[in-house]
Design a binder for this molecule. Structure first.
Ligand code: ADP
Length: 273
């Protein structure tokens, strides 16, 4: 094969090569920006509780300081900030494992109804503190069996319910509803709290993303909860979405795979003669 225009051919090849290199460089730049943002976010999240702890310790160390009650109060506050740091480290650990694909999904068959009740029970005290009612809207007589990683789904529910309490309304409620789809089940967590402005919705599941709402800033959190939730659901090849109206409330819904095997008759007795 003899080219009619060899110079043009070489020119096209060089252009194609340059296009590919540009794409690679853009990709590296995006990754680099992500790394920078990630580090600055982490250091910001760590600084706030660390400075608080340092402040309380220095106050108590002061020669003039002799108020025992106040010392106790400061130590309680410092300890709360230590907790916050621990949660942050736990979340970071979790998310890095999820993102590097180190975390395996251990599928098992379980009744989602029972799991919801179990999680509600574990969060009852916290809900009481926020004066929020937890409601499980049972629509189906039979429990629904799903195929998923039980521990991870507990974490998803805890994170979503925890948010519904943090950003909920005092005297309000958090409800969970189940919807049976063809071979999936949709789990929805609904609150009647502060809601989320529409412009924030597309960014909600990004790591460290928190809305500007002043309340949101006053409420403790790492901005990692929803990113973890999204990772877990996507690792199950399922979907998560949110709908919300500012000052009316939010609904977070995720799907799970229904288990094909029936849970009703797990053991068929063997008849002996
Ligand atoms: P965190 O709660 O630690 O800030 P999340 O990743 O769980 O982090 O949530 C990210 C942000 O999304 C929160 O800071 C808050 O602004 C908003 N958000 C999450 N859940 C709700 C909710 N149920 N109602 C209102 N805002 C919410």
């Amino acid at each position: 094969h003899v080219s009619a225009d060899p110079i043009n051919d070489v020119e096209q090849e060089v252009k194609e090569w340059a296009r590919q290199k540009k794409t690679e460089i853009d990709e590296l730049r995006t990754q680099e920006k992500f790394r920078r943002d990630f580090l600055s976010n982490i250091s910001h999240e760590f600084k706030t509780p660390l400075f608080a702890i340092q402040g309380y310790i220095e106050a108590i160390q002061d020669d003039e300081f002799d108020d025992l009650d106040m010392a106790r109060d400061f130590l309680t506050k410092a300890s709360r900030n230590v907790d916050r740091l621990s949660y942050l480290i736990k979340d970071l650990d979790e998310i890095s494992k999820l993102e590097t694909g180190e975390m395996a999904i251990n599928y098992s068959k379980f009744k989602i109804n029972d799991l919801i009740k179990e999680v509600f029970e574990s969060m009852e005290m916290k809900a009481k503190q926020h004066n929020i009612k937890l409601i499980f809207k049972q629509k189906y007589d039979e429990p629904i069996a799903v195929n998923a990683d039980r521990e991870k789904i507990i974490q998803v529910l805890v994170n979503l319910i925890d948010n519904s309490l943090k950003y909920g309304k005092e005297g309000g409620s958090t409800s969970i509803s189940l919807f049976e789809l063809h071979d999936q089940v949709l789990v929805e967590v609904t609150d009647d709290g502060i809601g989320i402005e529409e412009k924030y919705l597309p960014r909600l599941f990004e790591r460290f993303f928190r809305t500007d709402t002043s309340r949101s800033r006053q409420i403790g959190g790492s901005g990692l909860g929803l990113a973890i939730v999204k990772h877990i659901i996507e690792a199950h090849q399922q979907t998560i979405n949110v709908r919300s109206t500012e000052s009316l409330g939010s609904t977070f819904g995720f799907t799970l795979q229904k288990s094909k095997q029936s849970l009703q008759f797990p053991n068929i007795p063997v008849l002996k003669n």
